[in-house]
Design a protein around this ligand. Structure first.
Ligand code: ADP
Ligand code: MG
Length: 691
């Protein structure tokens, strides 16, 4: 039988697995024999992590292993029933207590060997309240697995013990099948001191030590990183290849007068970024560059300079923004900065009347307008550019790789500049945007005061509103932000509208209060935004639609309701709407509950987006860092951006060298990589003509 047939055969035909177990395995994402092999422990316990019971002290957070010597279910006065079990190891006894879980009486038996982890507290003596427990087996059966105990992801009805048993029954038969499944040549792995695939999988299930399991995990992480970097290398290679046609020549016809009329001096970081971008644009290859900079670091003017270089070289430049609000704002700011330069700019967004858009499309196709600012409408309507030389994408994380390519496809291989305000550590940037060259704005424009951030609860509400009023009376403006999560959009909208009504009628009846959210008709949004920019609205109640890009320097106060419902990086983005002028700005995070306070405290302590991203990543994991809108985010099961930074560097070097030497991955020794790339990245690999 072919090996892949067995490996990809349904889990139901594994030893010890019938229809019922197969179903349970399915719930863990295990459908095939291969999936079972890759269902690896999420952590390990060994002598260094398991404590002797006699050594437990109140206040510790501990993991212990012991035999259940007695158990019972106790009622409490509040009607809650508690399951209690006393466990014993060689050193002593301790009570484990699960309030509200009387049903555990069925799954935990006297004589079971139990692993529990949780806080040790005092309640008629020492007690553990397990956060987690695992029935390891019967105390009278010999120890399974040896010194290191793997802890697997498990599910209702399928215990740790069962998973271990299924693996034990199948591992020896399945592991040899993995020998030819390793896409890497032995010398490639040896160079990096990594074990072959089958060995790594075996070690993850049966580690001799936790260190051995970590090395095995590195091997699997390497696989994830290498193929992603191979994809990036291929994408970069394609995007930057030599191209006949477009050459940008700096004449200074626009750039000089623009510099002269700019109301501020560029920061050192902005100058550096402009130099890097101009060098790319003047070279014979296409530019494919990311401009990364924290909120407020001044990306727009850098982009505009690039667009002007295109224009003065006789080409068109297009900028695509994720929302109409932002596109309109860019158009406004840019036309403000371009006054007197004699360069044409148009705005193209979905809400414009059809005939209006048709006229715009014609003007764009004729090549007459040099600068175009728009939304998705640009790609959705297949606008044809007469002479597109540069495509700029703002707030890249709101778009997918595909959209980036679609925009570029509106012209003949224009240069591409994407901008991102999500500060992420370099290792992550290389995984997410590894196909792009990178410029970083790591310096803020001068003269900004640090934003003061405080955390308040409902008790302080009257004071908070009083403070907002004082600021407005001093001539400033304020945002009041409401969370809007997709799952409960209606309820959230209602809450935002209710707050708006309350503020308008009761709290600030004498002030101008505005409401902004995504569901408003476009003209209304525009109207509200204009009024806010003009200073006619004092307090703007809004959902997170103002999250990206909005720039109103006179707004110096932001009150964020239910701050606990946001991720830290998202709060940081929101807060970036204030502190844009020379005046002191304040951000007030409204929340109740102690836990949230601790998390939010990071924001009160720092304005450094990198540090905040780091904290967010630690708390919520990678997928959440950008909110649910992040597209094209690879899912990593093994790669950990903190632990495997050096490994990422190796993967990148190896993959880039291969693509440099053999761009089509045609050589016999590279075919394997090509196949694996197609298997892992199917559609995305095809975008870059792989597969
Ligand atoms: P972001 O990087 O968040 O997109 P913007 O481009 O919107 O930032 O710039 C934020 C604000 O800083 C704008 O009001 C802009 O005019 C201003 N700004 C940009 N560069 C400078 C500079 N070098 N000196 C002073 N102000 C600047
Ligand atoms: Mg911006």
């Amino acid at each position: 039988m072919p090996i892949t047939f067995i490996l990809d055969g349904p889990a139901q035909y594994l030893k010890g697995v019938g229809p019922r177990r197969a179903e349970q395995l399915h719930r863990l994402g295990v459908r095939s024999a291969r999936d079972l092999l890759f269902h690896v422990p999420r952590r390990y316990e060994d002598a260094s992590t398991v404590a002797p019971i006699s050594g437990l002290e109140i206040g510790m957070d501990a993991t212990v292993i012991g035999e259940v010597v007695s158990k019972d279910v106790l009622p409490t006065r509040k009607g809650l029933r508690i399951f209690n079990a006393v466990i014993r190891d060689r050193t002593g006894l301790i009570e484990c207590s699960w309030p509200g879980q009387p049903f555990l009486d069925r799954s935990i038996q006297k004589g079971d060997r139990l692993l529990v982890s949780g806080p040790v507290r005092f309640f008629h003596g020492r007690q553990i309240q397990p956060r987690e427990y695992v029935v390891l087996g019967r105390a009278d059966s010999p120890d399974e697995g040896g010194l290191v105990l793997p802890i697997y992801p498990s599910t209702e009805g399928l215990s740790q013990r069962m998973i271990r048993l299924i693996l034990e029954q199948n591992l020896d038969r399945l592991l040899p099948l993995l020998v030819d499944q390793d896409p890497f040549q032995p010398d490639h792995l040896a160079r990096l001191d990594l074990p072959p695939l089958h060995e790594a999988i075996e070690t993850l299930h049966r580690p001799a030590s936790i260190a051995a399991a970590e090395r095995a995990r590195r091997r699997l992480a390497y696989g994830e990183l290498f193929f992603l970097q191979l994809l990036h290398a291929r994408a970069h290679q394609q995007a930057t290849r030599e191209r006949a046609g477009i050459t940008f020549r700096r004449t200074n016809a626009l750039i000089r007068p623009f510099h002269d009329s700019l109301p501020f001096k560029l920061t050192g970081a902005q100058k550096r970024a402009v130099r890097e971008i101009f060098a790319d644009m003047s070279a014979g290859r296409r530019m494919n560059r990311l401009l990364q900079g924290d909120v407020g670091s001044g990306k727009t003017v850098v982009a505009l300079l690039a667009m002007l270089l295109a224009a003065e070289s006789g080409y068109q430049a297009a900028l695509m923004a994720p929302t109409e609000l932002l596109a309109e704002q860019h158009a406004r700011t840019m036309s403000g900065l371009l006054v007197g330069l004699g360069v044409d700019m148009v705005l193209l967004v979905g809400r414009q009347k059809r005939h209006e858009r048709r006229a715009l499309r014609q003007a764009i196709a004729s090549g007459d307008v040099a600068l175009v600012v728009g939304t998705h409408a640009l790609i959705q309507e297949g606008v044809e550019f007469g002479k597109l030389g540069l495509a700029v994408i703002d707030e890249q994380h709101r778009f997918g790789v595909r959209q980036r390519m679609q925009l570029a496809a509106l012209g003949q291989e224009p240069d591409v500049l994407v901008m991102s305000a999500t500060p992420i550590p370099r290792s992550l940037a290389l995984t997410l945007y590894g196909d792009l060259d990178m410029s970083v704005l790591d310096e803020r424009p001068p003269g900004r005061k640090p934003i003061r951030t405080g955390i308040r609860d409902d008790a302080a509400r009257a004071k908070v509103w009083e403070f907002v009023r004082e600021q407005v009376e001093a001539g400033r403006q304020a945002y009041v932000v409401y969370p809007l999560v997709e799952e409960s959009e209606k309820v959230d909208l209602k809450a935002a509208s209710a707050e708006y009504d309350l503020l308008r009628t009761d709290v600030f009846p004498d002030l101008e209060v505005g409401l902004m959210h995504g569901q408003l008709p476009a003209e209304r949004k525009d109207q509200v935004m204009r009024a806010f920019v003009a200073g006619d609205i004092h307090v703007l109640v809004s959902t997170t639609v103002i999250e990206v890009g909005i720039d109103v320097p006179n707004a110096t106060v932001m009150v964020i309701e239910h701050a606990e419902r946001f991720g830290l990086s998202q709060l940081h983005q929101l807060r970036g709407r204030i502190g844009r002028g020379a005046d002191q700005s304040w951000c007030i995070l409204m929340t109740s509950g102690y836990e949230a306070r601790e998390r939010l405290d990071v924001l009160a302590r720092t304005e450094d987006g990198f540090e905040i991203a780091r904290a967010d990543l630690g708390i919520r994991g990678m997928g959440d860092l950008f909110g649910s809108k992040q597209h094209g985010m690879p899912e990593f099961r093994f790669f950990d951006p903190w632990q495997h930074e050096a490994l990422l560097g190796h993967a990148r070097r190896e993959a880039w060298a291969i693509v440099e030497a053999d761009p089509e991955l045609e050589r016999p020794e590279h075919r394997r990589y090509r196949d694996e790339l197609v298997q892992q990245y199917g559609e995305r690999a095809r975008l870059y003509d792989v597969g």
